[in-house]
Design a binder for this molecule. Structure first.
Ligand code: TRP
Length: 478
């Protein structure tokens, strides 16, 4: 049975959902740490260049593809050339794989919302508490199950009734709570010292190629551009919609959030430095980015806040609610494109697809719960390397196998910001060249790819081949 096509209720809902996909764990625990390591304020230069040269153009391209072809990347690429369908499946299945471990981390975050209520790290210490959590599958299962249950219900309820509602609620709450944390962060004694470490420009760092690779890699990851969520989100806008400016808004809201949240993180780090008389953040001997920042450093810091245990509970809870909401709206955008692709190809219903995706993700996620050490090698391939070559192919498909001019002419009559030939130039030349450089750089700088990464890559390609080779059930309407 084919259901009639779904739509967003409002353009605002579409943009908030896209922002929700983009803003995730990476904005909170990765951006400010990258800035700190890579030249402070000077890092904003490569970051902005990456945003303008590849980030925004790719975001616009994904919105145009999804809306013009009224489908996921599977449908879009197939309509461009039959043989290209497999690239769409690779993208979609890659998104699925990201979801299997992203949800495990979100499960930890959910557990930490509970821990925060009682400041569970006050006696054992934050490092030991985190260690005991990831050594205990049963504890992880609690947050993991709740996270999947909420995500399942949300996507099950559909585009406007589920995803749009969730995003319209979650994104404003995320900003408000973050503003409270930022205000607390920057008003702590010593905050200025921390923020200075975050943003003090060290221009000499820009001579290091790694800084630029980090900036471009972060832009790809943070915007969720990978022929997945954003293509599908644009599918649910009616034809004749404004698209380019929506992409600009999404990009700036996302990157603005990262920048903004850095003040909370580094205000608190500065405060810890002043308490311990540390001269550099490294002297604190605590993780300044990644899971370590979220699950060890921040909890430790909340216990040091003036005001005692209740204050630690409140700010701890607030931090993990922010982190969970950020990740939840991203996880929604992982499930939705997989559903869309299955629905387009096999005609299976939303309820069936979403339930199937949830069950499969849950089962695969269990593997990570029992073997937390598998997350890194899988993320290396699915959450990092694959993004680069998939996006490279996406740009080549749109730029050489199809006509960017056609897409521009389609979008421009309704566009608040018109697309000119600069758009074609960026997609056809700049994106492929930069992706090529990142790939080559990655190949020469990683010693060896772990067998796990290689295995995941092979399975991904096999599964995509099978899916691309199977029969379309729905009657094609063009
Ligand atoms: N943008 C998300 C973050 O910053 C992560 C992410 C990358 C993602 N690719 C994605 C989320 C695809 C959903 C779908 O955390």
């Amino acid at each position: 049975m084919t259901e009639s096509k779904e739509y967003w209720m409002r353009r605002r809902g579409f943009i908030l959902a896209a922002i929700g996909s983009a803003i995730g764990l990476g904005n909170i625990w990765r951006f400010s740490w990258l800035a700190y390591r890579n030249g402070g304020g000077a890092f904003l230069v490569p970051y902005f260049i990456a945003l303008l040269s590849i980030g925004v153009p790719l975001l616009i391209l994904e919105f145009l593809l999804g809306n013009y072809f009224q489908g996921s990347s599977v449908t879009a690429f197939k309509k461009i050339r039959d043989q290209l369908e497999i690239i769409g499946w690779i993208a979609i299945l890659d998104v699925f794989i990201i979801g299997t471990y992203y949800s495990v981390v979100l499960g930890w975050v959910m557990d930490y919302i509970g821990y925060s209520a009682v400041v569970a790290w006050k006696d054992v210490g934050a490092g030991d508490l985190f260690g005991s959590l990831i050594a205990n599958p049963w504890l992880q299962l609690i947050g993991f199950t709740i996270t999947w249950f909420i995500t399942w219900i949300t996507v099950y309820k559909g585009v406007s009734g589920g995803i749009e509602r969730a995003s319209t609620f979650a994104i404003p709450v995320l900003w408000i709570l973050s503003a409270i944390l930022v205000i607390r962060g920057i008003t702590l004694p010593g905050a200025d010292v921390g923020i200075n470490w975050y943003l003090k420009p060290d221009w000499a760092r820009l001579a290091d190629g790694k800084v630029w690779i980090d900036a471009f890699g972060q832009i790809l990851f943070t915007l969720s551009v990978m022929a997945g969520p954003l293509v599908v989100y644009a599918k649910y806008m009616p034809r004749n919609s404004e698209l380019p400016n929506s992409a600009w808004i999404t990009a700036f809201a996302n990157c603005g959030f990262s920048f903004f949240f850095g003040f909370a993180t580094w205000g608190i780090i500065g405060y810890m430095m002043s308490l311990q008389g540390a001269t550099t953040p490294a002297d604190l001997n605590v993780p300044l980015g990644g899971a370590g920042l979220a699950f060890v450093t921040i909890p430790t810091a909340t216990s040091l806040l003036p005001g005692g245990i209740a204050v630690a509970a409140v700010f701890g809870t607030m931090f993990f609610v922010i982190l969970w909401l950020a990740g939840y709206t991203s996880l929604i955008s992982i499930v939705e494109p997989v559903h869309a692709a299955l629905n387009e190809k096999f005609g299976t219903s939303r309820k069936f697809n979403v339930t199937l995706i949830t069950i499969l993700s849950y089962i695969f996620g269990l593997a990570f719960i029992f073997r937390v050490d598998l997350i890194d090698p899988v993320d290396f391939i699915a959450g990092s390397t694959n993004l680069v070559w998939v996006v490279l192919l996406e740009a080549v498909i749109a730029g050489y196998f199809y006509s960017l001019k056609k897409l521009r002419d389609y979008a421009n009559p309704y566009a608040e910001l018109k697309l000119g030939e600069w758009f074609d130039f960026l997609i056809r030349y700049v994106v492929p060249i930069i992706m090529g450089i990142i790939l080559v750089y990655g190949l020469i700088s990683t010693d060896t790819m772990s067998p796990i990464s290689g295995l995941v890559l092979i399975l991904l390609i096999i599964a995509s081949t099978v899916l691309a080779g199977s029969k379309w059930k729905t009657i094609e309407t063009t």
